[in-house]
Design a protein around this ligand. Sequence first.
Ligand SMILES: [Mn+2]
Length: 226
Amino acid sequence: MKITVGHASLPRVGFTANGDAVFVRNDGSRLLLVVIDALGHGPAAASVAATALGVLGEIPHSSSLHDVVERVHAHLRGGRGAAALFLLVSAATASPAAVSPGIFGALASAGGAGGAHGGATAGQTPVEVASYEVCSVGNVEARARPSKLPLLLTPGVLGLRLRAPRIVRGTFTVTTRVVIFTDGISGRIDVPSVDGIAPEAASSSLLQHHRREHDDATVAIADIEL
Ligand SMILES: [Mn+2]
């Protein structure tokens, strides 16, 4: 598995401080990617975002996504709060019989009944896949291509009020691009328009074309190559 991440962000027009921020920890076989959108904009929002980045930088690598979300929530208490999307991707293997191209889903447990594939010769060699966990608190969104990335938005604001984080778990069985964006980006974002462009440049292009000027705006892209 090879993971490449790029991102681009701009503050609200007229401001230099940015309340959006991106945290990336890419170990090659494991990625923690968090896109933060502190409430409001300007220096106070930027301060909240910086606090979140500081907390994330000190989180143990072995932490579950649930722990990551709860820890950020705890450390942002007393501030104006933030929305954020948390994505954790890890290398994994599956039996070919468990992997139907284009269909994601839970890894079939060993010996699990059937997929569309799994010939007698291929059945012996595990195939590389990527397992993921994703959680979005507030309104940071994500899209994936060509795989789907189902998001269950968790209501609330990190640092203020948070119900049990809704974490979706699944598996990418084909090379997949994940695009994460804050609400400073139009929901009409045209992800296919940057197919074939590397994450950093693709993020800049999407930011330029779909930015709303009244808010901080951020795009982060992770290419997960299997
Ligand atoms: Mn925003």
